[in-house]
Design a protein around this ligand. Structure first.
Ligand SMILES: Cc1cc2nc3c(=O)[nH]c(=O)nc-3n(C[C@H](O)[C@H](O)[C@H](O)COP(=O)(O)O)c2cc1C
Length: 195
């Protein structure tokens, strides 16, 4: 086993924020974060990111203890971000006790990350069953309809983060006020709020 200082030095020597983002016109951003998410995830796939729809989902249990795991984003619409899993899983229990979550995605070669947080609602039964039916036979193995659940994360806040080599990182933050979205852009130390 290496000493912790050696290990810390090894960690420090690893590259970070080594990617390169594509051009982004902050004067021509969509009003809807779903539109920007689709654009960014398609750009990530186009840049060769394997499984760009893999995300970290964070939840809390009834005591407020956080938990996080990787899963697949199944859909993104006006309703929010959809994901699925077994009702009897830890995340299923945590979402029943505390129906809110955060999702985080990181697309290294583009130096981009997205964060979504909000309340979580279980989808109607037929939607969960359709999600299960769409899985491969191997992935359905041992799962009964009713045990597999699709959830919708209804976003209150969506942050698009793009790293800059001069460390003046760009953050585009959408926040829901009633039904409409407000948007602010933080670029280095400058904040610009729109609408
Ligand atoms: C790339 C990847 C994709 C995954 N996709 C899912 C998924 O869509 N749904 C799911 O329940 N678990 C998925 N998992 C497994 C979860 O990471 C996790 O192990 C499992 O859901 C149990 O988590 P929980 O005990 O916190 O509920 C995936 C894991 C990886 C690495």
């Amino acid at each position: 086993m290496t000493s912790s200082s050696t290990f810390a030095a090894w960690l420090r020597a690893l590259p970070a924020l080594a990617g390169e983002p594509p051009a982004l016109d902050t004067d021509a951003l969509p009003d809807d974060p779903v539109v920007l998410f689709e654009r960014w995830i398609r750009e990530a796939a186009g840049a060769g990111v394997a499984e760009p729809h893999a995300a970290t989902l964070a939840t809390v249990d009834a005591e407020g203890m956080p938990d996080a795991r990787t899963l697949i984003v199944k859909d993104v619409t006006d309703r929010g971000w959809a994901f699925a899993g077994p009702r009897g899983s830890a995340k299923g229990g945590q979402l029943a006790a505390a129906p809110a979550a955060a999702l985080s995605l990181w697309w290294q070669p583009l130096r981009r990350a997205v964060r979504v947080r909000g309340r979580v609602q279980e989808a109607p039964r037929q939607e969960s069953d359709a999600d299960l039916a769409a899985r491969s036979a191997a992935a359905r193995e041992g799962l009964q309809p009713g045990e597999w659940v699709r959830w919708w994360l209804e976003p209150q806040r969506v942050e698009f983060w793009q790293g800059a080599s001069d460390r003046r990182h760009l953050r585009i933050v959408y926040e829901r006020a009633d039904r409409a979205w407000t948007r602010s852009i933080v670029n280095g130390e400058t904040t610009k709020s729109e609408r």
